[in-house]
Design a binder for this molecule. Structure first.
Ligand SMILES: Nc1ncnc2c1ncn2[C@@H]1O[C@H](COP(=O)(O)OP(=O)(O)OP(=O)(O)O)[C@@H](O)[C@H]1O
Ligand SMILES: [Mg+2]
Length: 259
């Protein structure tokens, strides 16, 4: 469904030059969920942005559904690929109702049956028709992210690019949204690329993942290998350790053994 070959993204020139992504390649099968993990600034978001046309492809090739993408992306591209951003507070227009937010892509693409499609999209993300005429400030963070997902789904895309879709939400809401995403992928046969700095989130949703550091691909591995601690690369191991967080050491084991 997605094939990324030797992707390079450079921002700026001269002293302002940033090599955000260096020679990254990966491949995602239809219906799969693929994770991108790595520390802050490692280039994860830039990979997603380069795929959907929000960052330049300096060199390399991005193919979606068997065809290389064009710059600028075609209208047909956005029927196939949609993106969900991290912050549902920033990604929804504060003065647009849910109805207007969901109508816009339909109008741009000349789709009919807007009303039925909007109600269907709301249902898919677990929200009733009463949400249709609310404004973002009348929604919780989790509900906002559901609306952002509904907007991404309304054109019936095949691929969702998810950039930290749950990191702005608190833990219980995060789990709800992850379950919703899992569910939607199965029901609608979607393909995902999920960016997260949280290995647990990626392991929950993805089968395979790419570990990135300083714009480079460090290691491709599987969620199963992560769970069993079988990562071969030392950077990946340090990410696993970091995501396990604070581990309590019992006082008797922390003390030096008696001579
Ligand atoms: N528009 C831009 N112009 C110049 N440099 C940029 C731009 N966008 C990102 N960068 C730089 O590219 C590098 C990769 O950024 P990116 O946002 O892809 O990282 P990330 O892995 O998504 O980090 P985070 O986990 O913090 O979101 C960083 O060094 C960043 O400062
Ligand atoms: Mg990012």
């Amino acid at each position: 469904m997605l094939d990324i070959q030797n992707l390079q993204v450079v921002y700026g020139t001269g002293r302002m030059r940033v090599d955000a992504v260096k020679n990254v390649s990966f491949h995602v099968e239809p219906g799969a969920a693929y994770g991108l993990v790595g520390e802050s600034g490692s280039g994860k978001s830039t990979v997603l942005r380069a795929i959907c046309g929000l960052a330049p492809i300096t060199s390399g090739r991005v193919s979606v559904d068997g065809a290389a993408v064009t710059t600028p992306r075609s209208k047909a591209f956005y029927r196939t690929v949609q993106m969900v951003f991290q912050d549902p507070y920033a990604s929804l227009h504060p003065r647009h109702t849910v109805d207007r937010t969901l109508s816009e892509p339909l109008a741009i693409h000349g789709e009919k049956d807007a009303e039925a499609r909007i109600l269907q999209a709301l249902k898919e993300v677990g929200l009733g028709p009463s949400f249709r005429f609310r404004y973002p400030h009348q929604l919780s963070g989790g509900q906002r992210q559901r609306i952002a997902i509904a907007r991404a789904l309304i054109l019936r895309p095949k691929v969702l690019l998810l950039d930290e879709p749950t990191s702005a939400l608190d833990a219980s809401v995060q789990a709800e949204i992850l379950n919703l995403l899992n569910d939607l992928r199965r029901r609608l046969g979607l393909t995902y690329i999920l960016v997260s700095h949280d290995l647990a989130v990626v392991a929950h949703l993805c089968e395979r993942l790419l570990v990135m550091q300083h714009g480079e691909a460090v290691e491709e591995t599987t969620a199963d290998a992560l769970r069993s601690g079988a990562a071969s690369n030392t950077y990946t191991q340090s990410l696993i350790q970091a995501s396990q967080g604070f581990t309590r050491v019992a006082p008797q084991t922390a003390r030096a053994p008696a001579a």
